[in-house]
Design a protein around this ligand. Structure first.
Ligand SMILES: Cc1cc2nc3c(=O)[nH]c(=O)nc-3n(C[C@H](O)[C@H](O)[C@H](O)COP(=O)(O)O)c2cc1C
Ligand code: SF4
Length: 440
């Protein structure tokens, strides 16, 4: 694995500092090449999307039609609402121009003249920072009509920042487009896919913020350089957001394929009080959890995590120590997906609420081990039966946590079913006007 040493640059978010350090030279280089050559370089680099599914970026771009009979669009997805995921905001804050430059190159390659950077509504600070960076880029002529002069080219494009309004579902690519169109954020049935029928019925590409921020380096340093970083099947650096029971939570940019234990113990400083790890969710709350005793040798890239029974997701690593109440954690996660379900399809709308109710029942001590099987059954009936992947996002944590921590949940459930209804009835009898007395 090639070691990369990144120079420390202060104030890279300022346009002048970005330019002094080679900023916007990748765009200059790209805009004189053939569009297909750019797509080819991105394909060869092996770059995979950082928005959750790790889909090949160059391949996605190649789905865009070549004809110019309709306007084309790029949507840069910065909705970042998955619990445990907080890496895109680092780019908005510390390297916004790399994102703008990547957006320009992507627009050029796919033939789009308009890009929307969709930012999570609660990210007020980061929306303002990104808007400031974009205004500066416009002023210097790197974006908009002045581009033609700046880059001595025929190409120009407009970039707009679009604020979300607080719905997790608007991070799903088709509901993101509905949201930009001013409609309710309902996911669309696919096919047709966005490259054929996207924004206002026109060809559209949707990519995550981190994905797009990788583009300038691929163009400037070459696809060969990029493809040698980290794991060959999922190359590049990844922004890992580490949260939960670690001494140094934060976002760490590391080569793909870095050991999960290395990230937790060396970079994030280990577990407070040197406690054992009970559970780690490696890619944001919707991904299958790993047991603390399953972490040895697990590498952080799409293929390795698949082999380990989970998924890279958004690279949000959530660490839970041995004292964590996993039942309450799971109930909290379930509550989130229940709340965020758009309600369009029955298995998700009803199933998410049902799972949350069962988990609440277990927490209150009214449940039984049969509820554990019921949880898995409800999750199985959601998975694969919904319009969008929020169904899986809700089902996977429940199904895999219950399956993988069955011993934990059984012990928890059996030790709790001691103080249920009988005791409550008994205490009512001791009140001044017990129900049974009134009836008599
Ligand atoms: C419920 C739901 C929420 C999503 N939220 C985000 C998000 O906040 N950011 C993101 O980039 N992708 C999100 N995605 C994935 C997008 O639909 C899409 O796959 C992604 O933006 C593509 O970018 P990439 O190819 O660069 O990974 C979400 C998907 C679902 C089902
Ligand atoms: S899976 Fe859930 S969030 Fe997605 S469309 Fe269906 S109801 Fe809406």
């Amino acid at each position: 694995m090639e070691k990369i040493v990144l120079p420390e640059i202060n104030n890279l978010h300022l346009i002048d500092v970005y330019i002094e350090n080679g900023g916007y030279t990748a765009a200059k280089k790209a805009l004189v090449q053939k569009k297909d050559d750019i797509i080819d370089q991105v394909k060869k680099s092996g770059l995979r999307g950082r928005g959750g599914a790790a889909f090949l970026t160059g391949l996605k771009w190649s789905f865009m039609p070549k004809s110019d009979d309709k306007p084309k669009y790029l949507c840069v997805n910065g909705d970042e609402s998955e619990p445990g995921s907080f890496k895109d905001r680092q780019i908005f804050e510390f390297n916004p121009h790399q994102l703008i430059e990547g957006t320009l190159i992507t627009c050029y390659a796919i033939g789009a003249r308009t890009a929307y950077i969709y930012i999570r509504g609660e990210y007020h600070k980061w929306i303002n920072l990104m808007q400031k960076a974009l205004d500066d880029a416009y002023e210097k002529g790197f974006v908009g009509a002045k581009m033609k002069e700046k880059f001595s080219t025929d190409f120009s494009c407009e970039i707009y920042i679009h604020k979300g309004a607080g719905a997790y579902i608007c991070g799903e690519e088709s509901s993101l487009m509905n949201s930009i169109e001013g409609k309710r954020g309902y996911p669309r049935v696919k096919p047709p896919f966005p490259a054929q029928n996207g924004l206002w019925g026109n060809p559209t590409t949707i990519n995550n913020v981190e994905t797009i921020a990788n583009i300038p380096a691929i163009i400037n340093k070459g696809w060969e350089w990029y493809s040698r970083i980290g794991e060959p099947k999922h190359p590049g650096t990844i922004l890992f957001g580490v949260s939960g029971h670690v001494n140094k939570p934060g976002v760490y940019e590391l080569p793909s394929g870095t050991l999960l234990t290395d990230i937790i113990y060396n970079y994030a400083g280990g577990i407070p009080g040197n406690k054992k790890i009970l559970c780690v969710i490696p890619g944001g709350s919707s991904m299958p959890p790993l047991r603390g005793d399953q972490l040895e040798g697990v590498k952080m890239d799409a293929e390795s995590l698949k082999a380990a029974g989970s998924s890279i997701g958004t690279g949000g690593i959530m660490v839970m120590d041995e004292d964590t109440d996993l039942l309450r954690v799971l109930a909290r996660i379930s509550k989130f997906y229940f709340h965020e379900s758009c309600g369009q399809c029955t298995p998700c709308r009803e199933g998410t609420g049902w799972m949350y109710k069962i988990l609440q029942r277990l927490i209150s001590g009214q449940g039984s081990t049969a509820d554990l099987d019921l949880l898995i059954s409800v999750a199985n009936n959601i998975e694969g039966n919904t319009v969008c992947a929020l169904g899986e996002a809700a089902a996977w944590p429940v199904k895999f946590t219950v399956e993988r921590f069955r011993d934990y949940f059984e012990t928890r459930v059996n030790s709790q079913t001691s103080l249920p209804t009988a005791n409550k009835v008994h205490s009512m009898r001791n009140t001044a006007f017990p129900l049974s007395d009134i009836i008599r």
